[in-house]
Design a protein around this ligand. Structure first.
Ligand SMILES: [Zn+2]
Ligand SMILES: [Zn+2]
Length: 88
C-alpha cells in the first residue's frame, strides 16, 4: 500500500477512517444494514504519517478530525496528544 496523496510514494501508511464510516457503523447498530452490505474499503484511505494531517486525519489513531481539523502542531488529535503527554 502506498500513500494516496498525489505523487507520494511512501509505503508506511496509516489506515485513515473517513467520517462516513461512523454513519455506516450507526446504521449497522440500528439494524438498517448488515455487515455484508457495507463495503468497508470505501471508507478507508491510506496516507503516510506526513500526509495524514494534510487530509485532516490524526496520524496516530487514523480518525478524521473534521474541518478545520482539530490537530496540534504535531498532527495529533486531542485524544492522542493527551495520551502522549501522559507517556512522557
Ligand atoms: Zn504521503
Ligand atoms: Zn488521534
Amino acid at each position: 500500500m502506498t500513500c494516496q496523496h498525489e505523487n507520494c510514494q511512501r509505503t508506511v501508511v496509516v489506515d485513515c477512517l473517513k467520517p462516513e464510516i461512523f454513519e455506516r457503523v450507526r446504521a449497522l447498530a440500528g439494524g438498517a444494514v448488515t455487515v455484508e452490505e457495507v463495503n468497508w474499503e470505501d471508507y478507508i484511505e491510506y496516507y503516510c504519517l506526513q500526509h495524514c494531517q494534510a487530509h485532516g486525519y490524526c496520524w496516530h489513531c487514523g480518525l478524521h478530525q473534521g474541518a478545520p481539523p482539530r490537530l496540534d502542531g504535531e498532527g495529533l488529535c486531542d485524544g492522542c496528544a493527551e495520551a502522549q503527554k501522559l507517556d512522557e
